[in-house]
Ligand binder design. Sequence first.
Ligand SMILES: *Cc1c(COP(=O)(O)O)cnc(C)c1O
Length: 391
Amino acid sequence: MASLDELEKTTTITMTISSYNKITIDSAALEKNYRLIRQHVPHPSKIMAMIKSDGYGHGMITCAEAFARAGCEHFGVAEMSEGVDLREAGCAGTILTFMGFDHRWSDYFFSHNLTPVIYDLADLLHIAAVAEHRQIRIPIYLKFDCGMSRLGFYPSEFSGLVSRLQAMEHVELAGLMSHFPCTDDRSSDNTTQVYQVFNQAVGTLSKESLSVRSIGNSGSALYFPQTHDDMVRVGIALYGYYPDGRKGRLAADGELLEPAMSYSTRVLQVRDIAAGTGVSYGHTFIAETDMRLAVLPIGYSDGYPRTLSNRAEVLIRGKRARLRGRVCMNLCMADITDIDGVESGDEVIVLGTQGQETIDADELGAWCNTISYEVLCSLGNNNERETRFTI
Ligand SMILES: *Cc1c(COP(=O)(O)O)cnc(C)c1O
C-alpha cells in the first residue's frame, strides 16, 4: 500500500472544494418577475434592469441573461468596471453607468459602448473632448437632483447645460434622468412633488427632443404609474421583493413577485447542553432548561450579520429554529430542542423555503433592522452562488 506521502505526490486533485454554504439563484423567477413588471409598466415605456452590486447579490451576468431572455434591452450598473464586465460577457443591450468615471478610463465608454450618466460639468467637458478627438458621437444621460440630495445637477442648471450641449457636436443627449427618494411609500406626496420638479426642469426640452426621460424605480413601477415616463429603472422588484417590504407583498393583488435567491447550509454538529449553560461569546444566552443545539457553519463573514444574534430563525426539518447566543465569524447555534431527529449534515435553510415554512429577505431584514436590499447584497455577495435553470 502506498504511504500517505506517496499518495500526495501522485494524486491529481480535480474536484472543486465547495463551501457548506450555498446561494441558489432561480433563473426562472428572475424571468417571471421581469414579465410581471412588464404588466405594470406597459409599452412604450422601457424597462431598465438595475443590476449593480452584482445584481443585488444575484450575480450580474446571470441576471442580465435572465432578464434579456424575458425581453430586457436596457441595463444599469453603478461603476464603469461593471459595465465593462457586462459587455465582455456578451450583453448586447444599452448599458448605463450611474456613478461617474475616472477620466483615465473614459476610452472604455467608446471601446465597450457604455453610456455615461453625467452629473458633473467637468465630466461632460471631458467626454465631449474625447468624443471630438475620436470623431465619434457618444450618447450620454444627464442626471438631475430633484429632491434626493444625492448625485445630480441642480434643476436650475438645465438651460445652461442645454446651451453647452448645442455646441458639442459629438455628444448626443440620449436621456434626462432623476431619482425618487420616497416611492416605497404609496401615501407620500413626495413622489408627485419630485416629479413636478423634474418636469419643470427638463419638461420643455424633452417633449420636443428624442431624449429618454427616466425617473422611476421599483416603487414607481408598482405604485406610481403616472411617473413611468419613457423608462423605469427597476431593481428590487426584479429580484422578487417589494420596495415597501412585507407590507407591499401583503397589499399586492394578482400574481406576486417571486424571490429568486435562497441560501442553504448544513448542520455541522448537534450538541446537548444542560440548564444553566451559556452559549457563544459573551454568554448572551443561558439555557433555562436542558436543550439541544445545532451548530451551523454560517457567521458574519458569510454576510449573516451579528445583529441577528438571539433573534433570527432558520429552517431545519421543515421547522423554525431560533438562534441562541451570538453569531460568530463563521459559526452560530440554533435551538433544535423541539425538532426531532436532527443530525449533522442535515440541510438548513437560512433564506428560502423548506416544507411549509419560508423565511424571506424581508423577515431576515426585520430581524436585523434593515431592508431586503441589504440582506440580498450581503448574503449573495459573500457566498458561493449557483444558478438553477428550469427547462
Ligand atoms: C438602484 C437604482 C434604481 C433601482 O431602485 P429599486 O428601488 O431597487 O428599484 C433606480 N435608479 C438608480 C439610479 C439606482 O441607483
